[in-house]
Design a protein around this ligand. Sequence first.
Ligand code: PLP
Length: 472
Amino acid sequence: MKTPNARRQDSDPGFTGNGDSNQLNPIFARPGEATDFPLNELPRGESAPETAYQVVHDEAMLDGNSRLNLATFVGTWMDPLAGKLYSETVDKNMVDKDEYPQTAAIETRCWKMIASLWNAPDPDGAIGTSTIGSSEACMLGGLALKRRWQTARRAAGVSTEKPNLILSSAVQVCWEKFCNYWDVEARYVPISDDHKVLDGHDLDKYVDENTIGVVAIMGVTYTGMYEPVAEIAKALDRIQADTGLDIPIHVDGASGGMIAPFLQPDLEWDFRLERVASISTSAHKYGLVYPGLGWVVWRTVADLPADLVFDVTYLGGHMPSFALNFSRPGAQVLLQYYLFLRLGWDGYYKVQKASQDVAVYLAGEIGKMSAFDLWNDGTDIPVFAWQLAAGYTDKWNLYHLSERLRLKGWLIPAYPMPDDLTDLVVQRIVVRNGLSRNLAESLIGDIADAVAYLDALESPMPTEGLVTSFTH
Ligand SMILES: Cc1ncc(COP(=O)(O)O)c(C=O)c1O
């Protein structure tokens, strides 16, 4: 009889076979594989590298399939040469600018390219940095807003006790963290059916002399919709005309920062708007790099208070550094540069357009199903959400649909919308490079099958304990 190991490939590290597929691979009979490794304690002794590898490899295998993970915005596919470059450069520490001057120079080239993509009036007069992701990039953007406000208030001899930041209620959790960690009052403008995103309405009710800035999101995490940054800027212009308060905008372009320059080049959301002081993005989302990289750019050096910037020695000279972490991987920066060279503007356009086409196709097909109403259609970033059509069924809900789809391997979360809309549950698909039209057609078939199964139930699905485990 064939053992399970007989199906393993020669390419599997730890495979000691000689081509005889009936040979028992002894790895699974070794201590560690055949006995327990302690889970929460350091093992007493050593183990063979192949055994340790196999244990970790097998546990990682139990995770969801990243290509079918339509919940995440984060890149799950890069080409083989990127993989090669990654493994060649995985040992570089980004902070060691002196030891790895070329990686440091490439980092600067990358943020300057991004500053141009975001229409900085003078990319050489802008300032930027790589980060570990959008969360760190947003923290740095927020810190710069806070310090600028403090400096101006101190100079005017007035209180700096109570800074506040204006945000949509649908902001990503990194902004809640920012406000919590740095003692800034978060003033949330609730989204609603009439105002599906922060659009500048009623802004004067939230803004005062303690407002350090307004966050505009290009690609709201819950739905993928763009916030109209130009409208928000206009509302702030009106407020300035009325009150004299000059309030800057930070654009959280976690996803849209690498979509809008290619798919909506005429949309004014970036440094073309005077009020936009800084913009951040996740390189590991639509920048198409593996996890661990973000970017933040300030319009001019003056927009980043100098007292936040530290000096790092660099080739015997000095290099400005503004970051929360000290050590952090440098390889992703090189991957970003590789992609910039490899794809150029045209290549990025093609990749993003292909994702958008798939998102629009999926949204169109889901919108045609009588069970669902679309919240949006995937034409901003390639992300869209839908809700159960009112009165369609009381036998099942979107959490049940999410569970059924998981049986087929698809990870498509359902979750409640933020404050003021928490009764509304939506389901969302994030289309990324790698979700082909072919896979998308299979997904539509699986959604139709799941709906047919749920509709055919004679009694309602149980709802006890049914809550979202999904976090934004
Ligand atoms: C709008 C927005 N901002 C910030 C973040 C945080 O990004 P990161 O995961 O790169 O830290 C996300 C993540 O989804 C996001 O959608």
